[in-house]
Design a binder for this molecule. Structure first.
Ligand SMILES: Nc1ncnc2c1ncn2[C@@H]1O[C@H](COP(=O)(O)OP(=O)(O)O)[C@@H](O)[C@H]1O
Ligand SMILES: [Mg+2]
Length: 474
């Protein structure tokens, strides 16, 4: 349309320029000849008409040609500009007119190529941001002013079990947490960053998040969106709680024997020492309580050592002969099991077997498990220690016919300080740390442990450790 009008105007103007003076000149000639010699008029009229028509035809051809030459490159430029505007930034104009239109084409090409570069830059930047957002260890979500979920990154999808169908839904449908909903409302009402610790019960598991929420004005500026970043601090918080528990438990466990020692020492100071029998009795109690404290401190130190990451990294495992260690453990504990008249059976291969472990820690596992079996089995009971070789590992079993462990306590017996019946355990000088130490050692040595028990039929602990490499090769 545009091109037509420019072209038509060009044709019209050049025609007017060429023909108007000619028409004026012809009119003057007619008038002149007619006034001087009217007889020659018809002859002249013919000649002038022919001249006029030829000139007009020439003028039309020339002006059309001129208009075409001028508007064709413009049309090429317009088409290219339209395509560029539609997003085809790679489009370039190729015209060669030798006039200002070339400059226009060059400017358009320049503009398109710069635009292309800028867009590429922006899209690379966007991609980078997207990548960071997708791979960051935080859940990032965008909500609209009604609390509907607009966008979420990969962590958010997996932590909150989202599906793409949930985008656009209200946060209460998508996340199902009233705490998140109220934090979102607060963020919408305030101009400041909101920091919250949210404890969310999510599909049966408790999760603790440090959430930062901020209201962002939308493009229109009328409403606000809320950007929420969730940082999972569940394990950190549980660790802190566990540490606080541990300190409380350890202090409590230490203060019990200390109170007894102090009480009996005071009684002695107050005059009980005058009576020899009493003083012996009290001194014996003080000794046994002091021994208990010593054991507790030793176990706490052992636990602290095996729990420390640096120490675990330093542990060197070597091939350890199993049979001599089993024999040493039985010898060490023999007063205890002989005293209770227990029958103790050991089943192990006759040929030498080697476990890949740290000798001291391997012995400690066996001592703790056999010590428990002895402590929690009534007199005349039976204990079995069995070792079997399985592919690249060794399986050890310590079974007793003792009092057993109720099913509800089984998941917790490896916790620090956990004792099923504190009074009963104290009577057999338990601290509740033995199994925790066993579990930590096995974790550090690449082993596993399982327990099967019922209060009627006794308890079976089964643990595995890697077999020594040279033994596998044989
Ligand atoms: N062989 C077993 N038979 C019955 N109960 C056991 C046995 N081994 C462990 N337990 C229970 O598990 C608890 C934790 O064991 P442990 O950590 O070794 O502590 P403790 O110092 O009391 O022996 C014990 O207090 C006891 O109640
Ligand atoms: Mg024990």
């Amino acid at each position: 349309m545009q091109r037509r009008s420019i072209r038509n105007r060009l044709i019209f103007n050049s025609l007017a320029l060429a023909l108007l003076p000619l028409a004026a000149f012809a009119a003057y000639i007619f008038w002149y000849v007619y006034s001087v010699n009217p007889d020659d008029f018809s002859h002249l009229f013919f000649i002038l008409s022919v001249a006029f028509i030829v000139t007009a035809l020439l003028a039309i051809i020339l002006s059309i040609n001129l208009a075409e030459n001028f508007t064709a490159p413009l049309e090429t430029i317009t088409t290219a500009a339209r395509r560029i505007a539609a997003g085809r930034l790679y489009e370039r104009v190729h015209v060669r007119t030798g006039n200002e239109i070339d400059i226009l084409a060059l400017a358009l090409n320049n503009l398109a190529s710069r635009l292309e570069d800028k867009l590429e830059e922006i899209s690379a930047e966007k991609q980078k941001l997207q990548l960071i957002l997708e791979h960051m260890d935080n859940a990032v979500m965008l909500f609209d002013s009604h609390g509907c979920l607009l966008e979420a990154n990969r962590s958010a999808f997996s932590w909150f079990n989202l599906s793409s169908a949930m985008l656009g839904q209200h946060n209460l449908n998508a996340l199902g947490s009233s705490q998140v909903d109220s934090a979102l409302r607060d963020a919408l009402q305030s101009d400041r960053l909101q920091q919250r610790t949210l404890r969310i019960n999510f599909q049966g598991t408790k999760k603790i998040f440090q959430a930062s929420l901020v209201g962002l004005p939308t493009k229109t500026g009328i409403s606000k969106n809320v950007l929420a970043v969730f940082h999972d601090i569940t394990s950190l918080t549980l660790l802190q709680e566990r540490q606080a528990d541990f300190v409380a438990n350890a202090s409590h466990e230490l203060s019990t024997p200390l109170t007894a020692i102090r009480g009996f020492a005071e009684t002695l100071v107050d005059g009980a020492a005058d009576n020899v029998a009493d003083s012996r009795h009290f001194a014996a109690i003080i000794l046994s309580e002091a021994e208990r404290m010593q054991r507790l401190v030793q176990e706490l130190l052992q636990l602290a050592k095996i729990e420390s990451v640096e120490y675990r990294q330093q542990i060197v495992t070597v091939p350890v002969h199993v049979q001599p260690v089993v024999a040493a453990v039985l010898k060490e504990l023999s007063p205890a099991w002989h005293g209770k008249n227990l029958s103790l059976l050991v089943e192990q291969p006759s040929e030498a077997i080697l476990v890949q472990a740290s000798p001291d820690w391997f012995k400690q596992i066996l001592v703790n498990l056999v010590d428990n079996a002895i402590k929690y089995t009534p007199d005349e009971g039976r204990i079995l220690i069995a070792v079997v070789t399985q592919k690249d590992q060794l399986q050890f079993t310590v079974r007793d016919s003792g009092i057993g462990i109720p099913a509800e306590d089984l998941p917790r017996i490896f916790d620090r300080f956990y004792r099923i019946d504190k009074a009963r355990s104290r009577a057999v000088s338990g601290t509740g740390l033995g199994l925790a130490i066993v579990k930590y050692i096995l974790d550090a040595l690449g082993g596993t442990i399982e327990v099967m028990s019922s209060p009627d039929s006794g308890t079976t602990f089964t643990f595995t450790l890697p077999a020594a490499q040279n033994q596998i090769a044989e």
